[in-house]
Design a protein around this ligand. Structure first.
Ligand SMILES: Cc1cc2nc3c(=O)[nH]c(=O)nc-3n(C[C@H](O)[C@H](O)[C@H](O)COP(=O)(O)OP(=O)(O)OC[C@H]3O[C@@H](n4cnc5c(N)ncnc54)[C@H](O)[C@@H]3O)c2cc1C
Length: 559
């Protein structure tokens, strides 16, 4: 049953076995794993099928340090997967291992188990399978480039996105209409209600508000918060029946250890000789995936230096790079889905090299902006205004000739140290439901910065040693620190761990402080590595669904 509470009143609801809050990749995966099974599942989604002004207003966040973009969070069926770029990569071995130099005991999950879960994610959720990242997959493009650099202390890391990135709301229709699943839209959870028990808390229900201001309670035996990297912490902090500072917050850990992958450009590589083709590093569409290889320091070198796992990627500069007209054209083509899909499927068996970074959709304010009925008009206007650059771009995009690249800019993505200085708290300001909005404080610390400066130094040396050219820029003395953009990867604010005094959820993602509340999403990551988080979110949700089935079956036997 799918009920949009903006359109009709809530029907009489039973007591559910599981209530999942949120329909982004975390919540949708859980729902898909439980659909068709023996348990009665309720899924509560604050948004509706399409974005609404009310849903957009609920994204409001206050920031200190790195600014959290509104469009990094979506209140709509499918969550941020409705706008994401789809880039995926597995966590690296070092990410999950203990790293005393960053204050991490590692993940309480074996990496082999995670690799098996990635494999399931690839088979059931359209993520790239392990071979796609390797020599038989995207790695095969390495040999096709004009140059094949040899690295000493650098390692390549491949990132891949489905040619049509997954939209978890739209692609989970079968789950939403499964006979054991009820999906309620326009159902914003404003707090979790717990029994005033002695000892560990027990959640009885969640209080839900609709955009019309109606309230209802949804009761279940188990609750999973899958509301995104910031909202998961916020919902715990505002739910104060059991603990005066928030559910599961007995040891003041909720919200602490928030992480992002701060990103930005810095530095230009002046190529010693022009390059026409370098699809592996410059980005290409091949075998159904768009991807590129970034560069990070080897794990051995990271250990020696006591630093984090950050990476940099190359972006070729074309005469039309950063041209608003070109970006508008790309946005128009992407919005006319049929045209875009036809263009891509016509080139299924080719290696389509990237001709402008906006083709990836990563970090595009324009592509993420809301557009109404007349939304195409300013885009068309931009295309006309910038006709010469657009024509040049289109010529190289559609034709067989390859532009010569003489300069390449570097784009950096940082791993942040999990630190209590970076956190999600509650603001004094309230949203339309009277709930405090989140206040997010995060910034790069000395170790974060040093980690990238070390990578930069090695890059400069090895690019020169390979005869590729000279890297211009002085990152070590850059002031203010330039790598300061929100990557929309919100992680770590309810981290998992063995010890309740230093983590919020256990290895099975259950709140240390509650008997029947679990957390799904990147907020449970104890560390983040530099991989985009969603493939790991989905892997963890598959694992959590399995755990819930065990717990609920055991509870049935006991009852
Ligand atoms: C522009 C952009 C590009 C991105 N690119 C990439 C990428 O290339 N690769 C990658 O791995 N990741 C990328 N991400 C991040 C990725 O989208 C997130 O990691 C992922 O969506 C998180 O999944 P989630 O289910 O945990 O949370 P979300 O997707 O945020 O979903 C949370 C859901 O919970 C709902 N919700 C929130 N609060 C409540 C409430 N109180 N009551 C009821 N429902 C609620 C929301 O409406 C939403 O549907 C990108 C994000 C953006 C914005």
């Amino acid at each position: 049953m799918i009920v949009d509470l903006a359109e009709r009143a809530s029907p009489e609801l039973p007591e559910y076995d599981v209530c999942i809050v949120g329909t982004g990749p975390a919540g949708a995966t859980l729902a898909r794993e439980l659909a068709g099974g023996p348990f009665r599942v309720c899924v509560l989604e604050s948004g509706r099928r399409l974005p609404t002004p009310q849903g957009d207003a609920l994204r409001a966040t206050e920031s200190t340090g790195i600014h959290v973009k509104d469009w990094s969070r979506e209140r709509v069926l499918g969550g941020a997967s409705t706008t994401w770029a789809g880039l995926s990569s597995p966590l690296d071995p070092i990410d999950m291992a203990p790293r005393p130099w960053i204050g991490s005991e590692g993940w309480p999950i074996a990496r082999d188990e995670m690799l098996a879960l990635y494999d399931e994610g690839a088979r059931r959720y359209r993520f790239p399978a392990a071979p796609s990242f390797g020599a038989s997959g995207f790695g095969s493009l390495r040999a096709r480039g004009d140059v094949q650099p040899v690295w000493k202390q650098l390692e390549e890391k491949v990132f891949l996105a489905c040619a049509e990135p997954q939209d978890f709301g739209a692609e989970s229709q079968a789950a939403w209409s499964a006979s054991n699943v009820d999906l309620l839209l326009d159902a914003t959870v404003v707090r979790i209600e717990t029994d005033a028990a002695i000892g560990i808390a027990h959640a009885r229900g969640v209080r839900v508000r609709t955009s019309a201001g109606l309230e209802l309670e949804v009761r279940a035996r188990a609750f999973v918060l899958a509301t995104g990297g910031i909202e998961n912490a916020r919902l715990l902090l505002v739910s104060r029946d059991a603990c005066p500072t928030g559910l599961g917050n007995e040891h003041a850990q909720v919200g602490h250890g928030f992480m992002n992958h701060p990103k930005n450009y810095f530095g230009i590589l002046h190529l010693a000789r022009p390059i026409e083709s370098l699809p592996y590093f410059f980005g290409a569409l091949n075998q159904g995936f768009a991807g590129y290889a970034g560069l990070r320091l080897t794990e051995e070198r990271q250990r020696e230096l006591g630093i984090l796992n950050s990476y940099a990627r190359f972006e070729p500069l074309f005469p039309w790079s950063d041209d608003d007209g070109v970006e508008s054209l790309v946005t128009l083509v992407k919005r006319s889905k049929g045209l875009y899909t036809r263009w891509k499927s016509g080139r299924k068996d080719e290696v389509v090299e990237l001709r402008d970074w906006s083709e990836t959709g990563d970090d595009s304010e324009r592509q993420n902006a809301r557009h109404g009925v007349f939304g195409a008009v300013p885009l068309v206007g931009n295309v006309v205004l910038h006709a010469p650059s657009v024509a040049q771009y289109a010529w190289f995009r559609l034709g067989r000739r390859k532009p010569k690249v003489r300069r390449v800019r570097l784009r950096h993505f940082l791993e942040m140290q999990p630190s209590s200085a970076n956190r999600v708290e509650l603001s004094r300001a309230l949203d339309a439901n009277g709930v405090p909005i989140p206040h997010v404080t995060h910034a790069c610390n000395e170790l974060d910065r040093r980690s990238l400066v070390e990578l930069w130094k090695t890059l400069r040396l090895e690019l020169a040693a390979n005869g590729l050219g000279e890297l211009e820029g002085d990152l070590a003395h850059a002031d203010p620190w330039p790598i300061d953009q929100d990557a929309s990867h919100h992680m770590g604010a309810t981290r998992m761990g063995i010890d309740a005094r230093s983590s919020v959820v256990d290895a099975h993602l259950r709140l240390h402080g509650a008997r029947n509340v679990w957390i799904a999403g990147a907020s449970v990551f104890p560390t983040s590595g530099c991989a985009n988080p969603t493939m790991t979110i989905v892997a963890l949700s598959i694992r959590l669904a399995r755990r819930l089935q065990v717990e609920l079956s055991a509870a049935r036997v006991r009852a």
